[in-house]
Design a protein around this ligand. Structure first.
Ligand code: G4P
Ligand code: NA
Ligand code: NA
Length: 194
């Protein structure tokens, strides 16, 4: 998606060969017009999949997820992150390890908001090592719902997440695929036309 790539080029800050900071439009301040365009783009790509629900994870997935839900006319549910959630029988819970933060959190969604009949589109801001997306897939699976797609804003293709997610067989759509952050420069995997 050209608009997102342009924004990354103009406002993204390469902190290291692994980390891209996008606080000006996604992770701290947010750009509503860009989020709306992103919602339209995901809706266009997934319109034929019979999506009945969007699932994301707090906090930075919520903005693009809600715009996608608005476009597709479906509700958006965000998984919550907590340290530990034992003895909670009204929740679907999965453990997510962050290699970046070196910590493991439980993520959860109330059983009230996911039905076995749901066809779910998972949305998240970053795809790095794929652990958050795998946790969301696990939660969806526990509910008996069908995960029909994963929509990512910024995929760091040089990390392991993309390959891990491909092994699940679920359709993946990444709007910007970053091949490298070497030498302080963002290099994209492909030049896109959308
Ligand atoms: P993984 O889920 O792909 O395995 O990712 P990882 O644990 O490495 O990521 C931990 C957090 O860091 C996630 O946000 C993720 O979105 C974010 N992240 C990963 N790589 C980058 C990057 O290069 N740049 C930026 N800006 N963020 C990155 P989170 O802690 O869950 O928080 P939130 O921002 O959604 O609240
Ligand atoms: Na994040
Ligand atoms: Na996120």
């Amino acid at each position: 998606m050209q608009a997102l790539q342009n924004k990354i080029c103009s406002e993204g800050k390469v902190l290291s060969a692994e980390v891209l900071k996008v606080d000006s439009f996604l992770n701290h301040q947010m750009d509503p017009a860009l989020m709306q365009d992103i919602g339209r783009e995901f809706a266009k790509r997934f319109v034929d999949e019979g999506i009945t629900k969007i699932v994301t994870i707090e906090s930075s997935g919520i903005a693009p997820a809600i715009m996608t839900g608005l476009e597709l006319g479906v509700s958006v549910v965000f998984a919550r992150k907590r340290k530990s959630l034992t003895l909670q029988n009204n929740l679907y819970i999965s453990q997510v390890h962050s290699f970046t933060k070196q910590e493991t959190n439980d993520i959860s969604i109330s059983k009230e908001y996911l039905q076995a009949t749901d066809r779910v589109l998972i949305i998240d801001d970053f795809l790095a090592n794929g652990q958050a997306a795998l946790g969301l897939l696990d939660v969806v699976k526990q509910s008996g719902a069908t995960a029909v797609g994963i929509g990512i804003l910024i995929e760091k293709s040089f990390q392991s997440g993309r390959t891990l997610l491909e092994q699940t067989g679920v359709r993946i759509e990444s709007l910007a695929r970053v091949a490298s952050l070497e030498d302080g420069t963002v290099t994209f995997l492909e030049t896109v036309t959308a």
